[in-house]
Design a protein around this ligand. Sequence first.
Ligand SMILES: O=P(O)(O)OC[C@H]1O[C@](O)(CO)[C@@H](O)[C@@H]1O
Length: 543
Amino acid sequence: MPEQSSLTAQLKPHADRMRVAHLRDLLSADPERFERFSRTGCGLLLDWSKEKLDAVAWESLLHLARERGVENARDAMLRGDLINGTEGRAVLHTALRGGNWAPTQALQEIALEKTRFLRFADDIRAGAIAASDGAPFEHVVNIGIGGSDLGPVMAVRALAPFCDGPSMHFLSNVDGAHAIDVLDGLDPRRTLVLVASKTFTTLETLTNAQTARAWLAETLGEGQVGQHLAALSTNADATAAFGIQSDRVFGFWDYVGGRYSLWSAIGLPLALAIGAERFEAFLAGAHAMDAHFADAPLADNMPVILALIGIWRRNALALVGHAVIPYEERLARFPAYLQQMDMESNGKSVRMDGSPAQDATGMMVFGEPGTNAQHSFFQLCHQGHDVVALDVLIGRRVVGEAVSGRAGVHHTHLMANALAQTRALALGRTLEETRAEMAHEGIALDEIERLAPHRTFPGDRPSTTIVYDQLDPETLGKLIALYEHKVFVESVLWDINAFDQWGVELGKQLAKQITPALADPRLAAAFDPSTRGLIEALLQKEE
Ligand SMILES: O=P(O)(O)OC[C@H]1O[C@](O)(CO)[C@@H](O)[C@@H]1O
């Protein structure tokens, strides 16, 4: 069978047509554009009317999704087929939040383990499981990295108004400064340490876990340490070897990828912070999005729509930058969380069969909350050489906003700024408009001529806006699941495996080879001249 042409080739006629169309004109030519390019579902509004495409281009994207088997791939994932081909694994993070698509055995083991870790969370919160001196725990330190850190960090911050359990602390970096900064000032007698690692082999986590263990033992004595430790892992042998009692080990399975594991025992820090009931609401939110993803027709299916926008940006417009801007301070770590989810999943260049990918894949995901981002990298977004596509997230309300009786004041500014930025990015301001505005301000003609080019905005820069009601556990679950499925659908269209991460292995291997050379510099002779030179520079004694 002849090979299908690439997405890029199939989209080219539409890309060519759109290249000469300015977003300003697309918006002014079609009063129905918002209705045409927005959908509500699952309590969210998705508006892509400021993406640089037209109805014909959109139809062709939907056609690609149908033609390339997005629905079959989705069903295969949900029912637990071994879609992670390079690791021979199923992908069942959706089963962690309910649903009856998955194999019964998986659903049963998930339910049992969830009961265990949620009971543990509530017992700690209630003081029924106490510290070695019998008093309640006041602090929890979660030690993990990547998928065993970013999700809990992000979610605990996002749901701050719902956090009424022990205070949460997160230790991830192997940099000893992180351990010092997190542990210093905490009382080991009041602190529970969670060691979170799917594999329980990760250098950073094991190094920090040993340090935290020693820190506990110094004050509590070796015999009491066990009561201050728990582990979240799929590797029961390694947690036992580390000395963690089996009733304090909360497991999950190889069908849960690290960056998709927040819904499993890896979510224990969140459950400790907000309690089992709210954690269930978080799972229910994600499940609602799963059900929408499973059932909604492609044209109304929000994760599919978001993925098609991603394909359009990457393969039709050849964009590389993808900024995620939550206008919600509590989502400050959401961009970093998505960064791993998206870039570790779709940062691949070979197809499922090992042949080179036909299309450019993956985008550089970054972001900060608005309005702060406006005062840092938005200059480049508005006037820089390269176009960055934006996802803007904003709630209708902020949970608990009432600072000194000024409820609503902050939020009105927040909403106005979010809308102003995407409007400015799309419409821009022409040279003529700039000149006219400067003249109106009474600026002298020669100054206008000198400064107008600097004050002109090209516009034509795409964005998608996601509106939710308020950032509660259910909404957070929906937002995360929305992006998880978006990333998956993109991977289906690119024919890459979103669920492995071989690209992180080489650096880990080389670090193991370099470590001995930092103790014995003679071993550096084996390395390239650059690495050798840097080893010598790092080992230099202070002048
Ligand atoms: O949970 P673990 O096994 O310690 O792994 C941590 C992280 O390391 C990675 O394997 C990449 O380095 C991620 O995929 C994972 O989330």
